[in-house]
Design a protein around this ligand. Structure first.
Ligand SMILES: [Zn+2]
Length: 271
């Protein structure tokens, strides 16, 4: 084999290995990271952005993968991404479980303006819109003006959102408050960020201390919604506390999730 040909083969092997690492489900290095939108906690001070370079992420992936399956030119890594199962409203979506970039939920419907924060718009799957309306009507009856500020986000929108937070907060903060493209529950069309006038219609941790935020935490499961990122579970969920982020999984599932005491993805990933 000529030197040149050997070098070409070696380069191809490296390229294949890098792609396999990217497909393994970890959030780093995905060629199209995207993530949850507006999740500013309001606390992190903006720091100079350090957008991860392709080189840095490739190296990180290679390092991570090498710990489990040292690749060699003659023995490519055997770990491959699991087959993509049909996406349902119960599909786990987190830093290790991604949605296909072209996944668009069926039956998206506009959230009526009465349930939207001023000047915001949004869509969810029809059943989630109906459940949201019922929940927010009951919240209003209990004295809490709660509305949605963001809902369905496409893969491309999530990518822009994540990049926005990387630029605003730096990569290390961004991955705590936002998801990379393909790794956001918002792409499912079942997830909404809720807020109230008490927090200026913003997405703040202090929403969880308001009466409305506490009403949601105590009652959302009865309407089919789960709080994906609770306080104190950052090490499990990979995300900062987000008292505003609720995902619709259906009433029976949400009640079973609540009774389980597990985080949402722990619940969804149970055998
Ligand atoms: Zn959210």
């Amino acid at each position: 084999m000529s030197k040149l040909r050997f070098r070409a083969l070696a380069l191809v092997s490296v390229a294949i290995f890098t792609l396999a690492a990217c497909n393994s489900g970890t959030n780093e290095g995905s060629p199209t990271p995207a993530s949850p939108t507006a999740t500013a906690t309001g606390t992190p001070a903006p720091t100079p952005t350090s957008t991860p370079s392709a080189t840095a992420t490739s190296t990180a992936n290679a390092t991570a993968a090498a710990t489990t399956a040292p690749p060699t030119a003659s023995q490519p890594p055997s770990d491959t991404a699991p087959p993509v199962a049909p996406v349902t409203i119960l599909s786990p979506v987190d830093k290790d479980h991604a949605l296909p970039p072209d996944y668009v939920p069926p039956g998206l419907a506009a959230i009526p303006p009465a349930y939207l924060a001023p000047a915001f718009g949004g869509e969810l799957r029809r059943e989630a819109v109906d459940a949201l309306a019922l929940m927010l009507d009951d919240a209003a009856a209990a004295g809490h003006d709660i509305r949605a500020r963001s809902a369905y986000r496409s893969y491309a929108e999530q990518e822009r959102t994540f990049n926005y937070w990387v630029n605003a907060l730096g990569y290390d903060e961004a991955i705590c408050v936002s998801a990379m493209a393909g790794h956001s529950e918002h792409q499912l069309g079942t997830t909404a960020d809720l807020t109230s006038p008490q927090v200026g219609w913003d997405l703040l941790e202090s929403f969880g201390e308001t009466a409305g935020g506490q009403w949601l935490a105590a009652n959302a499961h009865d309407y089919g919604f789960a709080l994906s990122y609770p306080a104190g579970a950052e090490d499990v969920t990979g995300y900062c506390y987000e008292p505003w982020h609720f995902r619709y999984i259906g009433e029976a599932e949400a009640q079973a999730w609540k009774a389980s005491g597990l985080t949402l993805n722990q619940y969804l990933l149970q055998p």
